[in-house]
Design a protein around this ligand. Sequence first.
Ligand code: SF4
Length: 368
Amino acid sequence: MKTKKNINRRKSDRIYVGKIPVGNNAPISIQSMTNTRTTNILETINQIIQLQKVGADIVRVSIPTLKDAESFKIIKKQVSVPLVADIHFDYRLALKAIEYGADCLRINPGNIGNKKRVSEIINYAKNKNIPIRIGVNSGSLEKDILKKHKTPTPEALVESALRNIEFFDTLNFNQFKVSVKSSDVFLAIEAYKILAKKITQPLHIGITEAGGLRSGTVKSSIGISSLLTLGIGDTLRVSLAADPIEEVKVGYDILKALCLRSRGINFIACPTCSRQEFDVINTVNVLEKKLEDISTPIDVSIIGCIVNGIGEAKTATLGLTGNHKYSAFYENGIRQKNKLKNEEIIEQMENKIRKKAKELDQLNYYKK
Ligand code: SF4
């Protein structure tokens, strides 16, 4: 088994987005956002279902117009994962989203307009018992705050968040979480660090507009994991200019790497070199794709030769160590008598991993 590092998570209040707990030591939830037109109801439902299949705990849907709000009403009835309605500028859309069953709202109070409108949203959310995310973003700070700080700074982001939090407090509304995002990794980290000391509400973390699949994954991993290792972060979104399914997968990979949450297969694979006895890269890529449906956490090492293969196999649940024509197979760290023929490695490993997942599921079922 892999070594677990103890990360002391920041103490925070608990809110619920639908049935998903956020904060106060709840598992760190993973969010993503649909990128279909919300008015394209079928496509949006389909994308939400796909996101849920790969493990999204919460899905955000944007509602830019009244037509989108009407579509949201239909979509909400067809899916089971909690939905956050993303609202900007028009408070009436927020009211509609609440009426149509949103499990949470994401608003940037700074662009909703006067306080009367924001308070109407808050009071209705309170009435329906749904939380709100105060989403501060370095790209859309209030004009006066930007003027004071000259440029988006960590202090400017925190000032904007605190201003909104104070207003929420005057209405006795505490069911909210906060984000202070920026596309600048250091700016975002610093803002979250300052805010984490000032409030007790849960924090939604992420690096906004991080970039494409590769560059955005790197930026997000640096930013999000820097915060998580400090114990900061109760729910997260990886923002990528890519298929949102990838956002969820990267989110899990970050949590898996930090041993904060596990889901599905955790592949340990070597980068390969001329010593490899079978095609490691292809094996891992094909297995990753084939086994996406498995949510049971299993550590699987796929290593091309005995240099590092034995050591990794001994600490994984299932392990494969490349050897001439036939590779060694390990289960729970113990080398098994039967070797796997290199030519049939993918099929055989798929069967073994599926069998193990079933066994572990049954074990957990009887434990319950
Ligand atoms: Fe090369 Fe073996 Fe190391 Fe893999 S484990 S990179 S095959 S030496």
